[in-house]
Design a protein around this ligand. Sequence first.
Ligand SMILES: Cc1cc2nc3c(=O)[nH]c(=O)nc-3n(C[C@H](O)[C@H](O)[C@H](O)COP(=O)(O)OP(=O)(O)OC[C@H]3O[C@@H](n4cnc5c(N)ncnc54)[C@H](O)[C@@H]3O)c2cc1C
Length: 312
Amino acid sequence: MKAFLNFAGIKLLYEKSDEWKFGLRRVGTLVAAKNERQAQKLGFLKRAGELNGLKGLEILDAKGVKVIEPAVEGVQAALYSPEGGVIDIMEYIARLKAHASMEGAVLAAGREVTSISVSEEFPSVSLSTGERLKSRYIVNSAGLHSDDVAAMVGSIYTVYPCVGEYAYVTDPQSSLVRGMIYPVVDEGYPGLGVHLTRTFDGQLQVGPTSVYGEGKDQVKWRRTPLNAFVEAVRTFLPEVDSDDVHEGWHGVRVKTVGPGSGRSFGDFVMEWDTHGFPVIHLVGIESPGFTSSLAIGSYVASMIRKKDDENR
Ligand SMILES: Cc1cc2nc3c(=O)[nH]c(=O)nc-3n(C[C@H](O)[C@H](O)[C@H](O)COP(=O)(O)OP(=O)(O)OC[C@H]3O[C@@H](n4cnc5c(N)ncnc54)[C@H](O)[C@@H]3O)c2cc1C
């Protein structure tokens, strides 16, 4: 489900960026192998990408890598995807909100859902402001709190918070990277690895880390020392100094596989409530949930249309 929606989501984002006029640039992605053991995994990654519909994947030798990313050092081989892109996130979200409003959506941002009632003809949510909103269906897309919202109708999901921290490389060193450079990570690592991204606004972002948290309260989570980011950058860009790297933002992933499971990722869970209530639960929408967002929206809309047809 995740691979399918990611692929469909990328296609939709490129289409909509023209139609809705938000910033999206194809910059290309490299998955860079630093040694023979890592290089041997590239063929498998290429086949997996192709099976999921990605076009134009290529395995590059060290010389080929230099053509794409001239400043990068010490890479033996890399898997290159020309489709990788960076987006103007704020512009995209602003367009989504504007289009939702135009289609008649009522946006109630900053108000917490405290309970759900499914006992009347139409289900309703009660908000922290005391308001109650009724609808034909409820879609629980509460991210890290999707398990708490599901519990409001008696449905049990387990999610594992996993912190991702970033750092930034300052100018002029930020221009050493043109696109995105990922490391090859070991099986079971709970993320894609600390990678380098030249963001839409030209910053060089390093991260995210993947550290399972003890709870959902972000304040308690330990911080990765800045030096770990410096080391991650220097594996590809040895000329970067520790003074060139400074702390960035951090966020919390919602994973459905926990520490010690031996698995890196679970699939997206997108399903009707098992009690038969008119509620859809979206759980474990971790990365690439953002890239997949338009495809996730269409998939949920198709679930609702199907239910409407069944109820007719
Ligand atoms: C560090 C990090 C890096 C990432 N990088 C990428 C990336 O490069 N590419 C990519 O595609 N994805 C990435 N992701 C994943 C992406 O951010 C998520 O997949 C996406 O945000 C999921 O969207 P969502 O709407 O399901 O959940 P969220 O974005 O978490 O939104 C859930 C919303 O529900 C609200 N909420 C929670 N409880 C309640 C309640 N009781 N009442 C009302 N509202 C509530 C929350 O406040 C929040 O606004 C990254 C995530 C992290 C943490």
